[in-house]
Design a protein around this ligand. Structure first.
Ligand SMILES: [Zn+2]
Length: 146
């Protein structure tokens, strides 16, 4: 969730030492503006109590309270389909960067040999490469193909 990522950044800015710098102030202001009010409200309440409002999740464990998340919550967090909160400590949860699943929707590993280095030779191949935006440009000579 981008919102939570920004919120985490906000938290680091506000709790960090550099929050009085002009850049940090600007950033803080803009994040606060972009973040929906209810979220900001919860964030501020937690911070007012001296708690961090956003906790990283590592190995399925909320680093805020060290409680393991229910697998359902963890799965939802990985799916990134909603804002997740720790049921135990009420912090917003952010999956730690090293646990972000990168290729989410790909099943296992797609074995794809890297394309051979192509020299600028027009090849008379028929297959339409879909994953590459390789539009063969033929300026003047329009061949009546297809
Ligand atoms: Zn927690």
């Amino acid at each position: 969730m981008k919102v939570i990522q920004r919120l985490y950044e906000l938290q680091e800015l506000e709790l960090g030492g550099a929050k009085d710098s002009p850049e940090a102030k600007l950033r803080i202001e803009s994040i606060r503006k972009e973040t929906p009010e209810p979220i900001m409200g919860h964030y501020d309440r937690l911070l007012a109590r001296g708690k961090r409002a956003v906790a990283m999740v590592r190995h399925g464990v909320c680093t805020g309270c060290r409680i393991k998340l229910p697998s359902g919550s963890y799965a939802a967090l990985i799916r990134d389909d909603d804002i997740s909160m720790c049921e135990n400590c009420g912090r917003y949860l952010l999956l730690s960067p090293e646990e972000q699943p990168e290729p989410i929707q790909l099943p296992a590993q797609q074995v794809q040999p890297p394309p051979p280095p192509v020299e600028q030779k027009p090849k008379p191949t028929r297959r339409t490469a879909k994953r590459k935006k390789q539009v063969p440009k033929e300026p003047a000579s329009v061949r009546s193909e297809s």
